[in-house]
Design a protein around this ligand. Sequence first.
Ligand code: NAP
Length: 332
Amino acid sequence: MYDVIIIGSGPAGLSASVYAKRAGLKALTLEKNPVSGGQVLNTYEVDNYLGLPGINGFDMGMKFREHADGLGCEFQTAEVLSVCKEHREEKQLKAASVNETAVDAAFEPVRAQGFMIETDEGVFRAKAVVAAMGAVHAKLGIPGEEEMAGRGVSYCATCDGAFFRGKVTAVIGGGDVAVEDAIFLARGCEKVYLIHRRDELRAAKILQEEVMSLPNVEIIWDTVAEKIEGNGQVEGISLKNVKTGDKMELPVDGVFVAVGILPDSEILKEIVNCDPKGYVLAGEDGVTDVPGIFAAGDIRSKKLRQIVTAVADGASAIQSVQEYLLQAKITK
Ligand code: NAP
C-alpha cells in the first residue's frame, strides 16, 4: 500500500514525485513510456523555463528525471487501465483510556478509503492518487489523416522532421506548437507552409516574429484543410479559404498536425468530474470532487498550460495529498 501513486511522468508527475519523496511519503510513479518527460520530449527547444534558457526538450525531460532518480523516487513502467475506489479495514488508535493496557485493545478498526490501480503490469494500491497523465494530440478528423498517419502525416515535428529534409511540408494550426514546428521544420525542409484557420496566430509573439522572419515559411491564412491527398503516402492537401470559399490543392510531402491537445483522462472520466472537453475539474490545489484523487498538469482544467505551471501543479497536489492523509488520519 503506497501513500500516493502518481500516474504520469511529465513535468507535473516528476515534480509530484520529488515533492512526495521529500515529504517522506511512500510514493510510486507509474509511467506509460519508459522515457520520462511527457510532451516536453517532443519539443525541440524550450526557451521560457526559468534558469534553463534554450534547453532541448529531450534534455529537459532527462534532467527532470535525473533529479527524481537522485532523490530515490520509485518508478514503474506500466499502463494504467483503471482506477477504482476501495474501502479497507485499518486499525486506528482509540482515544486514550487508563484501563486499557493491552496493545490490541488500544486500537479500533476503522473503514478507510483507498484506491486500486489496475495496470498491464499488475494491481497497485494507494491511499491517494495524483493524476498527471497530461494530454494527447488532437486530430483533424479529415479524410486521409488516419490512413496516412506515419506515412507523411505526423503529430511530432521533432520526432519525424528529419524524414522530410529537403522536402516540402505543411503544418496545420496556429498555436505555440504549430509555430514551433514550422520553425523547426524550416531548418531542414525546402519549404514549409503554415496553414491557419484565422488571420491571426495564437502563438506567443516572440514565436510569431521568428516564424514570419523565415524566408522558407509561408503562412496561408483563413484556411482549413479538408482532405489529405495521397495513395498510401502523402502527396498534398486540399484546402479551403474560410472567407472566400476558394479551394486549392497544395502539393506537399508531409503534413504536421498541431491543432491542440486533448486531456488523457479516459481512465478517470467515470469517477471524477471533468469539463466537457475531458479536463479534470480541479483548482490550483489539485483537489477534485473525489476525496483522495488529485489532478496536476495539463490534465487539469486551467488557463495556462506550460511546463512551469505543470511543475507547480505537481508540488501543490502533493501538499494537498499530505493534508488529505492527515485529515483522513490514514497517514503512517
Ligand atoms: P493550442 O494553443 O490550443 O493551439 C491549437 C491551434 O490549432 C490553434 O491555433 C487553433 O486555432 C488550431 N486549431 C484547433 N482545432 C483546429 C482545427 N480543427 N482545424 C484547424 N486548426 C485548428 O495548442 P498547442 O499549440 O498544441 O499548445 C497546447 C498548450 O501547450 C498551449 O496551452 C500552449 O500555450 C502550450 N505550449 C507552450 C509552449 C511554450 O510556451 N513554449 C510550447 C508548446 C505548447 P485557433 O487559434 O483559431 O483556435
